[in-house]
Design a protein around this ligand. Sequence first.
Ligand SMILES: Nc1ncnc2c1ncn2[C@@H]1O[C@H](COP(=O)(O)OP(=O)(O)OP(=O)(O)O)[C@@H](O)[C@H]1O
Length: 243
Amino acid sequence: MLEATAITVSYGRHQVLDGVSLTVAPGETLGLAGPSGCGKSTLARVLALLQRPSGGTLTVDGQPISRWRHRARQRTSIGLIFQQPRLAVDPRFTLLDVIAEPLRAARRPLDRAHELAEEMGLTGELFTRRPHEVSDGQLQRACVARALALEPRYLVCDEMTTMLDASTQAHLVTRIEAYRERTGAGVLAVSHDAELLDRWAGGNVRTWRHRPDVVVNGSGGRPEGTSRDVSDRRIATRPNAEG
Ligand SMILES: Nc1ncnc2c1ncn2[C@@H]1O[C@H](COP(=O)(O)OP(=O)(O)OP(=O)(O)O)[C@@H](O)[C@H]1O
């Protein structure tokens, strides 16, 4: 399980997350919907162990992240795919370099990068192109391949398909779902697009009703599930400015 409990995050005096709890189980796809600015990306970064929360606990497969500086091993078991691939890659890298980056860091055979590229539908001539020489969709395919390279136990997809056309969107979701089915990984799909998430996660969606850019503290808020019981304790957000 990837478990976040009572997470709080503040940027200066702006409290963005106030006691958020969320669990992603192995083998499940969980959707997290919510309006722009409510804190989805912040929560995604916290779950991927990229951003340290100011409060709360994180546990990966039963192991609590007690010392943030020593989280490297658990970090590699969580893949993160960002919304904007151009901000997520080194512009000097070729697509093959992008995909090989985690393999190189983990001292794994680099041949695997070719296979991953091909699995994502990236053909030979694209291997040596740099980010400015490919489309957003092609670059995002490389980022998905990079996220899968070390076979993570969990994948956090933060608005992964927002900028892409419908067919590229469908292709990427299909690849992620095939990976989940093959490996039993848990997938958290984050988006403002509740319909997409409902299709992707088969209705296993939590909707975060939290007005953006409002500092709220505490009372009365709860998320709504589109298709499941919202009292399910896997996500409980205290803040809700809509009452
Ligand atoms: N590094 C930061 N420093 C200060 N404020 C930040 C920072 N990152 C995010 N914020 C603020 O925190 C709030 C939540 O941002 P976040 O990106 O997590 O929301 P989001 O729900 O993912 O939005 P979107 O769907 O538009 O990406 C916003 O008000 C944002 O301006």
